[in-house]
Design a protein around this ligand. Sequence first.
Ligand code: KIV
Ligand code: ZN
Length: 385
Amino acid sequence: MRKIDIFDTTLRDGEQSAGINLNTAEKIEIAKQLERLGVAIIEAGFPASSPGDFEAVNRIAGTVKNSIVTGLARCVQKDIDTTWEAIKVAEQPHIHIFLATSPIHMEYKLKKSPEQVVEQAVEAVKYAKKFFPLVQWSAEDAFRSDREFLVRIMNEVVAAGATTINVPDTVGYASPQEYGALFKFLLENVKGAENVKFSAHCHDDLGMATANTIAAIENGATQVEGTINGIGERAGNVALEEIAVALHIRKDIYPVETGIHLHEIKRTSQLVSKLTNVVIQPNKAIVGKNAFAHESGIHQDGVLKNPETYEIISPALIGEGVVPLVLGKHSGRAAFRDRAETMGFNLSDEKLNKAFAEFKMLADRKKEITEEDLMTLLTEQQVQI
Ligand code: KIV
Ligand code: ZN
């Protein structure tokens, strides 16, 4: 089965979210959990950006053994030297260097001609290869770059020794159809493409990051980059848990292997949320509080008869415990009886009906029915003669 390497950038692109600032101890804790989750590569930070990032990347490179550890660097010798100092303790030193290739970035940000950009990228890859066996080169803002220019620069960096080519949709502008087509085009046109990994890196500005990443896989990408809970610049990066579970659940149409231990997903998500202080939206796919919560009576009745009526993912798959049916104003008698029995109440039909009628009246008044509310209500019926 085709292997898709999962490249986690929670500690680098994820930490670039407004308001997130992780210290070294927190970063190490997350990196260890990412290792348990089974990600192929952990981007631990941007060593040249601050002494704190250098220290964290260095400590993680010395600690994590089962995932490759990498650090981000610009295409400049000073960044590459600093990254080497941070990463050289790792088992398989890997560096991720990037340079923008879109007309708008080259003209306004870099103030360089396309020729100068090619030259700088090639020099940086050659320099990095003196130290690192694994060199990933990213064409920042690749999606808004000229396709022929991408082929030209990628031909050169592959010839210079890059082992992975990353094709970021830096500003989250792509549609799935376009992003997939870009991968197909690059894989068909870059010389030596079959000897390197091609990586997808999607941002979620238009809410299409997951679909775009899947489209890249359908069109030959062999690595995908993202973050836990989808944290990251602006609207964030693609949420890796969504990719891993989607590929698993739809193996019938995506026959690929990610190496992710799915039962570690919930724990990883909770840890990242706790340490970054970023609350997960309740309806977030896979890891949101409501991702497995059924409230309507019709759904609850179906799930009690056969969970697969309304559940395509079993909560246990991602390491989530048993999720009790939500009891609210839309709930039905079946769910109410089920909960009463779980709480140890075996009421006659008549008493259960009475308790249910009271529960419905209460549910109309209260947003959330607590375990205590239910206990009171059911006990009252039980003791009534
Ligand atoms: O989004 C992006 O282009 C990046 C690069 C640094 C790879 O994060
Ligand atoms: Zn990014």
